[in-house]
Design a protein around this ligand. Structure first.
Ligand code: HEM
Ligand code: HEM
Length: 127
């Protein structure tokens, strides 16, 4: 497996563990006010990073390794910053505009993922 896939999938599993622990805590306490933060740590962390890591492991995929690593750094930053900043926004300690700090890397990471995929359209289709 390429190192970049291993990095994506290891980080995805770590965010899943953190997200599940957070969900369990919400369930046990009955306080669901952090639901969007829990949901997006799981969705941008576990779900998005796993899909990207899985795709970069596909044997037929051709992509620039630096683009793949930049994708990893940005998408991981987006997931982690989302989980770190959203609780303060939800409790109205800081303005919602600060979420741009998480949204921009998340969106740029997805754009780089698209770049990695698009290059493959130039190659003859396998099937
Ligand atoms: C041990 C594992 C988990 C526990 C205990 C847990 C617990 C919870 C709880 C208590 C809520 C609040 C429900 C509500 O107020 O309606 C919630 C919401 C949510 N969780 Fe989890 N969760 C877990 C794993 C996950 C995972 C793996 C994902 C994503 C892949 C996920 C995605 C979501 C989403 C999207 C919502 C919002 C649902 C909605 O809009 O009604 N959760 N979770
Ligand atoms: C930059 C990335 C993203 C931004 C800025 C964003 C923003 C939002 C916002 C503002 C809400 C409404 C929250 C509320 O009403 O409390 C929401 C809900 C939701 N989003 Fe996202 N989202 C992002 C990525 C994603 C991704 C990647 C997924 C799925 C893989 C996803 C799935 C959901 C779901 C299931 C809900 C309903 C559950 C909830 O209220 O937390 N989002 N999102």
């Amino acid at each position: 497996m390429p190192r970049v896939s291993l990095a994506f999938l290891t980080t995805a599993a770590l965010t899943a563990l953190a997200g599940m622990a957070w969900g369990s805590q919400m369930g046990a306490s009955g306080d669901h006010s952090m639901m969007p933060a829990h949901a997006h740590l799981n969705l941008l962390g576990w779900v998005t990073l796993s899909i990207m890591g899985g795709v970069y492991a596909l044997p037929g995929l051709r992509c620039n390794v630096m683009v793949a690593w930049a994708n990893y750094v940005l998408s991981t930053a987006g997931a982690v910053l989302m989980a770190l900043l959203l609780p303060a926004v939800l409790t109205e300690k800081i303005s919602g505009h600060i979420m741009m700090v998480a949204e921009i890397p998340a969106i740029l990471g997805m754009l780089l993922f698209l770049v990695s995929l698009l290059g493959n359209w130039r190659r003859p289709a396998a099937a």
